[in-house]
Design a protein around this ligand. Structure first.
Ligand code: PMP
Length: 525
């Protein structure tokens, strides 16, 4: 048994062994990973998993490696916390510039750096909640001042209670003893205290994936990841991507009013003030782990309009879809969707660094967040400098990498669409954007082969095929995290025609195996 299985991931280690995925890679370059056979020879594998989407520039991109080497040779101040972090500053400025260039936003963005995608999401969530709490507190303060003014106006005889002041059900329910201003204000205060304790709500899309930390996992739709931890986390309502018309009804159901007083022509009236309860709306412009589903421009517009209407910020999770993956720095810019927040990670680290960034519009930024939210390793010179190099490479030559991603993506998609036409009985769908592509296989629940039926039953067909493709075809591919029959294809921008042909041959053979249910090939590699 490997030490990995014994000491790190006992369960995954056993699953890898069962599927034939128990391989240790020793070297990587571009889209190729190498493992070693018993004779000590390096065996190349075409890597289409691309570090879970973190390798838009491929493994060990020569310029990034050279940059890292040169950086380390200079003995950089990697951990000079509590100082002006130059590299982080330059990366923050570069990210703000790119986002503004692509979205035509007037405002700059302020960056909070972290170490993983989930951390960027959680930083956005915390920041948005801080904004909401400040808004709610400001509203409560205003209401308290109005209450004091009302009390004083009655005491001094400048105003009397309006006949309708006790009419609102929320006031009547609190059954004031008498109809005095003090009784009224006590009822309002009790109502408002209860209303202010409402747990905030987050809105996210069904099939979403936003991470697996305590906070972010509640925003991840897959109940297998989320359900055990429900009691630890935030309140979230999930909306299907194609039923955004439900949003208005949700906002109505969740509406919470604070009760305020106003003096109108010598009468004290009770008025409702909407409490902000929806902290944020989260969306991936192209869902990854949920099976590769891109938001359309129309859906993006519906989300933006809803957020504007109810005054809730939009957090765009571009952890996987961003940094060129879809043919632009931000996948959302391709559908004209602008976020108040962006979560970035994965390819920002250029395959060598762990880094994430949460960007927020400067006018929304809460200064105290600098102190409220921090992490020892965030903003280090090493990852910041590499992140900056990645942005430079992506933006070089007027976006040559983005054009390349779009062109390579079209070529790859055309090949896969051809496969679907040749094997309509096997391939359900080909979808995605740029080099963020999903190949959905038809459900095998009705297959005669017990191997296929069984794998359909346990949702493991994609994993079974992954083992086969690795052993027989030298291709590394895996299903998306939450949709076991969708193979994710996420190569680097430098995908070659030969690599596309390699994949074509392999998938054609695989489709034939599935068509003829020749499944001994799958289990006896
Ligand atoms: N958001 C999205 C859209 C992701 O795809 C992922 C990772 N698959 C995450 C967040 C979480 O990132 P990490 O695994 O680095 O925490």
């Amino acid at each position: 048994m490997s030490q990995f299985t014994a000491f790190v991931q006992p369960r995954m280690g056993r699953i890898f062994a069962a599927l034939g995925l128990d391989v240790e890679y020793v070297r990587a370059q571009g889209n190729t990973l190498y493992h070693r056979d018993e004779q000590g020879r390096d065996i190349p594998v075409l890597d289409l998993m691309g570090g879970y989407g973190s390798l838009i520039l491929g493994h060990n991109h020569p310029e990034i490696v050279a940059h890292a080497r040169a950086l380390l040779d200079r003995n950089p101040a990697v951990h000079a916390q509590f100082s002006l972090r130059g590299e982080a500053g330059r990366l923050g400025a570069a990210l703000s510039d790119v986002v503004r260039r692509e979205t035509s936003a007037k405002e700059p963005y302020v960056a909070t750096f972290g170490n993983s995608g989930a951390e960027a999401v959680e930083a956005a969530v915390k920041h948005a909640e801080l904004v909401r709490v400040h808004q709610a507190t400001a509203l409560a303060d205003e209401i308290a001042q109005n209450a004091a003014a009302a009390r004083e106006a009655v005491r001094s005889g400048d105003a009397v209670l309006d006949a309708d002041a006790f009419r609102l059900p929320a006031v009547r329910a609190r059954a004031p003893q008498d109809q005095s201003i003090d009784a009224l204000l006590a009822a309002l205060e009790a109502h408002n205290a209860a209303a202010l304790a409402t747990r905030p709500l987050f809105l996210a899309l069904e099939r979403s994936f936003h991470g697996k930390l305590v906070g972010s996992v509640q925003l991840t739709y897959n109940s297998g990841f989320r359900a055990p931890f429900t009691n630890l986390g935030a309140r979230v309502r999930f909306v299907p991507m194609d039923r955004l018309d439900l949003l208005d009804a949700i906002a109505d159901e969740e509406r919470v009013a604070l009760l305020d007083t106003e003096i109108d022509a010598g009468r004290i009236k009770v008025v409702e003030r909407a409490l902000p309860v929806i902290t944020a709306f989260l969306a991936e412009p192209v869902q990854g782990e949920g099976g590769i589903h891109a938001l359309t421009a129309e859906q993006g517009r519906a989300i933006r309009l809803f957020c504007n209407k109810v005054g809730t910020p939009l957090i765009l999770d571009e952890v996987q879809s961003g940094m060129g993956r879809c043919g632009a720095f931000l996948a959302s810019s391709l559908i004209g969707l602008r976020g108040d927040y962006y979560a970035l990670s994965k390819s920002l680290g250029g395959g060598l660094a762990k880094i994430s960034a949460m960007l927020v519009r400067r006018s929304l930024y809460q200064d105290e967040f600098d102190i409220i939210h921090s992490s020892t390793f965030a903003m280090d010179d090493y990852s910041s400098s590499i992140g900056h190099k990645v942005v430079e490479l992506l933006e070089a030559d007027d976006g040559e990498v983005y054009r390349r991603v779009a062109e390579r993506g079209e070529k790859l998609t055309a090949m896969l669409t051809g496969l679907k036409a040749a094997f309509p009985d096997i391939v359900e769908d080909v979808r995605g954007k740029g080099l963020f592509i999903g190949l959905e296989l038809k459900d095998q629940g009705e297959a005669r082969s017990m191997v296929l039926r069984g794998s359909a039953y346990t949702g493991s067909l994609g994993y079974l095929l992954s083992g086969y493709l690795l052993r027989q075809e030298g291709i590394r591919i895996a299903p998306t995290g939450s949709a076991g029959n969708v193979l994710r294809i996420q190569p680097s921008a430098y995908l070659t025609d030969e690599e596309i042909e390699h994949l074509r041959g392999a998938l054609e053979r695989l489709c034939r195996i599935l068509r003829y249910e020749d499944t001994l090939h799958l289990v006896h590699p």
